[in-house]
Design a protein around this ligand. Sequence first.
Ligand code: FES
Length: 125
Amino acid sequence: MSSYDVTLERVGGPTRTIGIDERETVLEAAQRAGTPLPYGCRTGACGTCVGRLLAVDGTASVDADAAEDGIDVADAFAYRREPRALKPRHRDDGYVLLCIATPETACRVAVGSQVQSELVDNPWK
Ligand code: FES
């Protein structure tokens, strides 16, 4: 059984690194550690818990050229079930549903309601 350090960076707020078991979702681990994250359905359907992958292993940054760099959410997380709230282009942009995502490596993730606002405010992205 492995555990990975996942750093949660709240936009405009505190940053917290949590050791997350590979069988645990980011949301479950954050709640265990007393770090509140927004959530709704806990099934991958509503998108309330969305985060955005910033970097894998603390080195490689994820940006608009992520696909060209060969870095994507699948390098950092596995899903317990289909992330229905995300369109393929959202996944390509690094968005991840933290209620159903379990870590596969150390990484940094932007979290909080502002990340969800990015997703909702720009439907053409
Ligand atoms: S809480 Fe609804 S998709 Fe995660």
